[in-house]
Design a protein around this ligand. Structure first.
Ligand code: NAD
Ligand code: ZN
Length: 400
């Protein structure tokens, strides 16, 4: 079969690799109909992880079951399924408590496994014609409809970023009436925006510098903040300070709480420096969040921070160690939630919002490209150019 293979820094190729086969009786083989490229793939693509050449990328996968192992009971050939990017067993100490991101049996080296991702086990990714899915009963979510229907782009976003955006709002404790600041209007930030709206947030500020992405945030009902126009924290404080209705509704002393109650990091360690966006500043967003979130508020940090970064600016950064405003965080009494999403925890509920017509996450999809165009797709998405918000690779689509 054809698959997207990592060839070294900023290089992928579409190559012929061996077809996957049923290796354990609980396995399922899925014929991929859509595989999205993720901001997390770009960390590997840019050489900012321990990914080794020859890996097949792709953890956002949707397709149809081509073959089910003899021990699989609930999933059959022909079923349309989406796979959480985490690969989990469902029976270990962490899985039974809902921490599918930290499965203790599927990765021989450490807790947590995923398709086609550095350090997350020996599994190939789904930017390919076929994918092997371990523990098929547990890892396949059954879907209605047919490949290519009105839900195709919505359903592929259930593999990772819609649940990840939702997880961010869960960690940040977004509820009806909440005030929220979301850093990053990439696919994950936009899904956090959609999720904050679904949860009934009142004011949602979304910070980025890419006009098309900020425009999508605005379409979702958020207030866009362009960080190239000045300190985004100051911009948010000023919007709240200058709003007479907000001021008039305040209780005594509340003017000391002009920030927001919920803060979300949807950027991670490759955050850009606000003063000079041509450079990275790995703690820019964390610093901003601690400034903009009010005392007693909560942070949801889903942007990735890598324990090993060959491209880090100094020896500390190369080990994922950073200086943080811990004193300010402590004195504000902020609650912090951080880490990889346990996708399965949210996936079924979000699927049902899509089916019911209450959520249309696909509004962020900007391109469909044939699998063979993956080298260009990676290059374009990596530029975060205006208009490249979320790219979906289609193994069945032929190159023009
Ligand atoms: P992306 O790279 O397309 O989006 C990041 C956005 O952040 C870009 O639009 C960029 O312009 C913006 N940005 C950069 N510096 C900024 C700053 N200082 N302030 C505000 N915005 C800034 O990626 P994505 O697909 O949206 O993913 C975002 C992050 O989420 C990545 O780190 C990715 O690895 C991570 N992620 C985590 C999980 C998880 O399980 N926790 C799952 C998926 C993705
Ligand atoms: Zn992803």
């Amino acid at each position: 079969m054809r698959a997207v293979v990592y060839k070294g820094q900023c290089q992928v190729a579409v190559e012929q690799v061996e077809d996957p086969r049923i290796e354990a009786p609980t396995d399922v083989i899925v014929k991929i109909t859509s595989a999205a490229i993720c901001g997390s793939d770009l960390h590997m693509y840019e050489g900012r992880t321990t990914a080794s050449t020859g890996m097949v990328f792709g953890h956002e996968n949707l397709g149809v079951v081509a073959e089910a192992g003899p021990a699989v009971q609930s999933i059959r050939r022909g079923d349309r399924v989406v796979l959480p990017f985490n690969i989990s067993c469902g029976f270990c100490f962490n899985c039974v408590r809902g921490f599918f991101n930290s499965c203790l049996t599927t990765n021989p080296d450490r807790p947590g496994a995923a398709y086609g991702y550095a350090d997350l086990g020996p599994y190939r990714g789904g930017q390919a014609e076929y994918l092997r899915v371990p523990f098929g009963d547990f890892n396949c979510l059954k879907l209605p409809g047919q490949p290519g229907d009105q839900w195709e782009d919505d359903f592929v976003l259930l593999a990772d970023i819609f649940p990840t955006g939702y997880h961010a709002t869960e960690l940040a404790k977004v509820e009806p009436g909440s005030t929220v600041a979301i850093f990053g209007a990439g696919p994950v930030g936009l899904m956090a925006t959609l999720s904050a709206m679904l949860r009934g947030a009142s004011e949602v500020y979304v910070v980025d510098r890419v006009p098309a992405r900020l425009q999508k945030a605005q379409q979702l009902g958020a207030r866009p903040i362009d960080f190239t126009q000045g300190d985004p924290v100051e911009q948010i404080l000023e919007q709240r300070r200058s709003n007479a209705a907000i001021r008039e509704a305040m209780r005594p002393g509340e003017e000391k709480m002009l920030g927001v109650m919920c803060g979300i990091d949807a950027v991670g360690y490759q955050a850009r420096d606000q003063q000079d966006p041509s450079h990275e500043d790995p703690t820019q967003v964390l610093d901003d969040l601690v400034r903009v979130v009010n005392p007693t508020g909560s942070l949801g940090i889903v942007g990735v921070y890598m324990p090993k970064d060959p491209g880090g600016a100094d020896p500390h950064a190369r080990h994922g160690e950073f200086e943080l405003p811990w004193g300010k965080l402590f004195s504000k009494g902020l609650q912090v939630g951080v880490g990889q999403t346990p996708v399965k925890r949210y996936q079924r509920h979000l699927r049902d919002l899509i089916i019911a017509g209450r959520a249309k996450p696909s509004m962020i999809v900007s391109q469909h490209m044939p699998l063979d165009a993956a080298p260009d797709a990676y290059k374009d998405f990596d530029q975060r150019g205006d208009g490249y918000t979320k790219i979906i690779l289609k193994p069945d689509m032929r190159a023009a």
